[in-house]
Design a binder for this molecule. Structure first.
Ligand SMILES: Nc1ncnc2c1ncn2[C@@H]1O[C@H](COP(=O)(O)OP(=O)(O)OP(=O)(O)O)[C@@H](O)[C@H]1O
Length: 361
């Protein structure tokens, strides 16, 4: 692996007595699309603002390309920030907005115009170059803001909830624009969002933050299939989380007795001790549903409580006899094979390799 572009080493940020970021250690690779995700107030924006130089760490070190950045002012950095409110100059045209940074850098007029038009074209809004940004739609303004940052040819682009003001269809379109652009340009993107679908759809790696700490860093697939702890498992949703007592553990599998039944779980790196309380997760899309009792080792009888449709995907909410909640996700056309309604009795089952034990209980 190449040297990281960004390193955070034991970075803390306090506002008075309040600790917004506790002790962050993180590497960001050149060309990586990294999303920072978490609920409101967990420290995402503070982390990004420290990278942009808008906040100074209270403790620890931030380096970009090896250079210590703790005291470097925003304008001496190559880290433009695009955020939801965009901060475009409303009475300037799209082109003038894009030219602004180049003007500040003393680039001559003809060259400024040429580069600005090239970037507006690249963002497919060349035809609006001479329109006041005030007259553009939300998506068009968003593209002007991106062009304005990218025309400076930064090595890294910081984005803070850039799509949160756009309507749902436009969000999906802009996600496509951003991921394609990022891959084409090879620029490092650090993207803050509270939206799981945005982070998981676009990022190479996702950082999940909780109360100023990193709860997990991994690819979207790692985080979804193998959440490190209960916080991440609950935050990611769509997970079935069961807690029980370890009855027996080998290097391969662990037998766990829960109120809903006894189940086999993949043994994690450190074998759990017999008699301890542990939890495991199974993703809702890895649980199978059947009307007849299956032969699978991990099976439980459950009652349908309700269903939720999002597009062609349906999530069934169920309950086993002891009151344990289960979620099963499937394609709507699969569900049509069953005649289910609230109160229907079904069997749920899953493979042991899809049962992932969490750290702690
Ligand atoms: N300048 C400040 N002074 C005092 N407290 C602050 C300041 N900036 C941020 N905080 C606090 O630090 C915590 C983290 O804020 P931050 O903006 O990083 O959260 P966030 O994860 O980006 O949340 P959101 O999704 O709501 O934007 C919050 O509790 C916030 O109130």
């Amino acid at each position: 692996m190449s040297d990281p572009l960004v390193t955070f080493r034991n970075v803390q940020k306090r506002f008075g007595d309040f600790v917004a970021v506790r002790d962050m250690t993180l590497d960001i690779q050149p060309g990586e699309f990294l999303a920072i995700m978490g609920s409101s107030g967990c420290g995402k924006t503070t982390t990004l603002r420290m990278l942009a130089g808008l906040e100074q760490p209270t403790r620890g070190e931030i380096r970009i390309a090896g250079r210590l950045m703790n005291d470097v002012k925003p304008h001496d950095r190559d880290t433009p920030l695009v955020w939801q409110s965009l901060a475009l100059f409303p009475f300037l045209t799209a082109r003038e907005n894009v030219e602004f940074g180049l003007k500040m850098r003393g680039v001559d007029k003809a060259e400024r115009k040429r580069r600005a038009l090239e970037w507006l074209d690249r963002m497919h809004i060349g035809e609006f170059a001479d329109r006041s940004v005030d007259t553009l739609s939300g998506g068009q303004k968003q593209r002007v803001a991106l062009a304005r940052s990218l025309v400076m040819e930064p090595q890294m682009l910081l984005l803070d909830e850039p799509l949160s003001a756009l309507d749902a269809n436009l969000v999906i379109r802009m996600q496509g624009v951003l991921t394609q652009l990022q891959k084409e340009l090879g620029i490092t993107f650090v993207y803050v969002t509270h939206s799981q679908s945005e982070a998981f759809a676009m990022a190479d790696r996702v950082v999940i933050m909780s109360q100023g700490d990193i709860a997990q860093i991994g690819t979207p697939k790692d985080i979804y299939r193998a959440p490190a702890n209960r916080f991440v498992a609950e935050f990611v949703g769509r997970n079935n989380i069961l807690t029980g007592t370890v009855k027996e553990a080998s290097s391969e599998t662990t037998r766990l007795a829960t109120p809903a039944g006894t189940f086999m779980v993949e043994t994690p790196e450190t074998e759990p001790q017999t008699g301890t309380k542990r939890s495991f997760v199974v993703s809702a899309d890895l649980v199978s549903l059947s009307l007849e009792e299956p032969t699978a080792a991990n099976r439980v009888h459950a009652k349908v409580i309700s269903e939720e449709f999002i597009g062609s995907v349906v999530t069934l909410f169920l309950e086993s006899g002891d009151g344990q909640e289960f979620k099963v996700q499937m394609q709507e056309r699969q569900l049509m094979n069953y005649d289910l309604h609230a109160g229907s009795q079904v069997w749920l089952s899953w493979e042991t390799e899809n049962a992932h034990m969490l750290d702690g209980d």
